[in-house]
Design a protein around this ligand. Structure first.
Ligand code: NAD
Length: 340
């Protein structure tokens, strides 16, 4: 029998790529989101526009037993969205409500195999003050002290998923993503993250670009294909996590900008301006994923940046920034419907 997967947040960056991969694997896929993917047609067999904060809608989209459920829907964005403080209440309320509703609905349908996307933002800020030696071993999560409310919500929700595993026999997989990037990711509008934002600035610039902070803050960035690979490997393993899914190729933000400028072939000056930067240093510690899955991401950052720059540059020059409006949620009618 054909296996069925549900991807929540299928209109988003990682979710839309995951749908493509699940279709390659011959799954029947239902995607759910507030919006369709912005940059390409969804490949889901059925795509339901729904607001997962609404428990009734959530139960209507989880109306059967799925072999695999991927919970990626969240109110999220880059540093300009999650570190300013202005969106804290929305971020916490929206994402926590989604996770509470999803788990309750899945329990009612006896759909117990779920993936949850947590974030490296849940790691304690006190372990990430040294740009050269950040600590993100999974076991270093406590005493908890995330540097953002976004991180606190992720920590709460990963605990929630693990509690459902303990109390209701759910088979959960919890990953902590570290800065995922690639083509078809948000690149403008305020929710974009550093690689896409810098690609956009470089693509548009003739003389200089501005980057937030002094550029010495460190991060690692994982290309989308390897993120999807990690999600599926974790989901199909008997390890629940939480486990990092990230690259351990750490660079300063200035170095990231220099790499993108080099790819563009332009000569541009880098100017540093004040802006939200998050923790001083962060890198993915891949010891546990290697130990549990016998696998870790290996693709060089420069490769992913090349294809991402090409895509963002094309958006900047040929597809002037069209902001696709978030559709008003409509009540799903029948599940076996495909987007026209
Ligand atoms: P994204 O913003 O592109 O995708 C999230 C999707 O959730 C969006 O399409 C959004 O419309 C949808 N959504 C939000 N509220 C909803 C609601 N009430 N009902 C239905 N859908 C709703 O983000 P992404 O980069 O694809 O991230 C996917 C997941 O991975 C998120 O949970 C995010 O927190 C997590 N994560 C991502 C990164 C990263 O670098 N991209 C890093 C760490 C964790």
């Amino acid at each position: 029998m054909q296996r069925a997967a549900l991807v929540l947040g299928a209109g988003g960056f990682i979710g839309s790529h995951l749908v493509k991969r699940l279709k390659q694997e011959k799954f029947w896929v239902r995607g759910v989101d507030l919006k369709y993917p912005e940059f390409s047609q969804t490949e889901a067999d059925d795509f339901v526009i729904a607001d997962l904060r609404d428990p009734v809608m959530c139960r209507e989209v989880i109306d059967r037993k799925f072999d695999e459920i991927y919970q990626l829907a969240a109110d999220m964005g880059g540093a300009g969205y999650i570190f300013t403080g202005e969106n804290d209440a929305d971020i916490m309320h929206n994402s926590a409500t989604i996770n509470l509703n999803v788990l309750d609905s899945a329990r009612r349908r006896n759909s117990r195999k779920l993936f949850y996307s947590s974030s490296a933002c849940m790691y304690p800020a006190y372990n990430q003050e040294d740009a050269d030696n950040p600590m993100t071993a999974e076991a270093s999560a406590y005493p908890a002290a995330p540097d953002s409310e976004y991180g606190w919500e992720k920590l709460f929700s990963e605990r929630l998923f693990l509690a459902y595993a303990r109390n209701y026999g759910f088979d959960v997989s919890v990953a902590r993503f570290h800065n995922i990037f690639g083509p078809e990711g948000t690149w403008t509008g305020g929710k974009e993250k550093a690689p896409a934002a810098i690609c956009r600035k470089v693509a548009a610039a003739t003389n200089h670009i501005e980057i937030w902070g002094d550029g010495q803050q460190t991060r690692s960035f994982l290309y989308i294909d390897e993120c999807v690979e990690g999600i599926l490997r974790l989901m199909r393993s008997d390890f629940a996590g939480p486990v990092n899914i990230g690259s351990d190729e750490m660079v300063t933000i200035r170095k990231l900008a220099e790499m993108i400028i080099a790819i563009s072939g332009k000569k541009l000056e880098i100017r540093h301006i004040p802006g939200p930067t998050g923790v001083r240093g962060r890198n993915s510690d891949n010891t546990l994923i290697q130990e549990k899955l016998g696998w870790q991401p290996m693709r060089p950052l420069s490769e992913g940046l090349r294809s991402t720059f090409a895509w963002v540059s094309n958006q900047v020059h040929h597809n002037a920034p069209t902001k696709v409006p978030v559709l008003e949620p409509i009540r799903p009618v029948h599940p076996e419907r495909k987007r026209a």
